[in-house]
Design a protein around this ligand. Structure first.
Ligand code: SF4
Length: 222
């Protein structure tokens, strides 16, 4: 089978987010996204990139001295062949992270893949985009393989914070999987978010984008 996939960029960097933050990581950034978030820092992925054979993509990532691979976007699941790419990476014995905006069902994502799912908050402009099955599917996945899912909330305001807090309580997700609260760069001060989390004693992880600290002002390829 020689399927193709549309690629925005492939690069080697330090993982900036998730429980894997700090590790060297190869990023496969796919083109295309079905959402238009207000704070998007990857809007260049909305345009088509280069269409490549999945075989070629696999050959490319094998040149890097690293077995941690993140498939991101845009929205990776926007392209049907993303599922084949994920399976092929697993077959190559890679540790595979999938960062998704949550709007597509994760049902057919291989169980070996670690899914980092965004839940969009009101100020993103994409609230209510979460696929209706995904909370149940997350719970099923972590029942089968603990730590196979992480939830991420990108927060712009107190409204977003309260929304995220309510979401994780309402869906009884606290203490079941890693939950990441990330402030929008230049939108919400990280120390303000830290205060709110501590005041509430909320068992979530405050996440700063490590790559933006390491390489300030560089928006692509890091
Ligand atoms: S889902 Fe991600 S890539 Fe798509 S518009 Fe939102 S922030 Fe940008």
């Amino acid at each position: 089978m020689h399927n193709k996939i549309n690629i925005s960029e492939i690069f080697y960097s330090i993982q900036g987010e998730s429980s894997y933050a700090g590790f060297p990581c190869v990023f496969i950034r796919l083109s295309g996204c079905n959402l238009r978030c207000t704070y998007c820092d990857a809007d260049y992925t909305w345009q088509d990139g280069e269409t490549e054979y999945i075989d070629t993509v696999i050959d490319t990532i094998e040149h890097y001295p690293c077995d941690l691979i993140e498939v991101t976007g845009g929205e990776p699941l926007f392209q049907e062949n993303c599922l084949e790419l994920l399976s092929r990476l697993i077959l190559r014995k890679k540790t595979v992270l999938l960062e998704s905006n949550g709007s597509f069902s994760i049902e057919n994502v291989p169980l070996e893949v670690i899914v980092i799912l965004d839940v969009k908050c009101p100020d993103s402009g994409s609230k209510d985009s979460l696929h209706p099955d995904n909370v149940r599917l997350i719970k099923d996945r972590i029942d089968k393989i603990p730590n196979s899912c992480e939830l991420k909330f990108v927060l712009s305001s107190r409204t977003d914070y309260l929304y995220a807090k309510d979401f994780i309580h309402k869906n009884t997700l606290i203490n079941t999987l890693p939950i990441l609260f990330s402030p929008v760069q230049k939108g919400l001060a990280a120390d303000t978010l830290a205060d709110w989390i501590m005041e509430d004693g909320l068992n979530v992880r405050l996440q700063l984008q490590l790559h933006t600290i390491l390489w300030p002002g560089i928006s692509r390829g890091v």
